[in-house]
Design a protein around this ligand. Structure first.
Ligand code: HEM
Length: 134
């Protein structure tokens, strides 16, 4: 792993911890994402949001804790991609997902700076790329 990637991962890890120190983090994220468009709102109708929030939390922690390139994480993200493909969630929706998450981080991490923001973008883009390849 390159030094830049290690640096990004460390910034992301620290920021994730600060942001999720706010117990409303996942509520704020899904509220923001769901309100961003009627199509998104439709996709989330009748979902078990309590479970979904827990699963997203576990996924972000896994990403934060796992060194890049570990096969277990890559296989999990590919499987996650297939679950989303089956729901017919298009690539374009992932931009809205990223924006909603970044805005929620801005709201909940009091120490967010530009380098940390870039680190989040990089991590989310890597995860999205892996999911869409799966
Ligand atoms: C990098 C981006 C994303 C990540 C990391 C992510 C993560 C997750 C996780 C961990 C689950 C639970 C899967 C399981 O049941 O094991 C899930 C389910 C779901 N995701 Fe995503 N997601 C992403 C993008 C999106 C986008 C763009 C949408 C678009 C609307 C979306 C809609 C959903 C829905 C509707 C479910 C629920 C499926 C069900 O009820 O079984 N996700 N997501």
């Amino acid at each position: 792993m390159s030094n830049q990637a290690e640096c990004d991962l460390a910034l992301f890890q620290a920021s994730l911890q600060r942001a999720t120190g706010d117990p409303a983090f996942y509520d704020l994220f899904y509220q923001r994402f769901i309100e961003s468009s009627p199509n998104i709102a439709r996709v989330f109708q009748n979902r078990d949001m309590v479970q979904l929030k827990k699963k997203l939390a576990i996924t972000l922690e896994m990403v934060a804790d796992t060194a890049e390139g570990k096969p277990g994480l890559m296989m999990y993200l590919e499987m996650l991609g297939k679950i989303h493909q089956r729901l017919e969630i298009k690539g374009a929706y992932f931009n809205g997902w990223r924006d909603a998450l970044l805005e929620t981080v801005a709201e909940t991490d009091p120490d967010l700076d530009e380098a940390t923001r870039q680190a989040w973008r990089q991590v989310i883009d890597d995860v999205t790329t892996r999911m869409l390849q799966g």
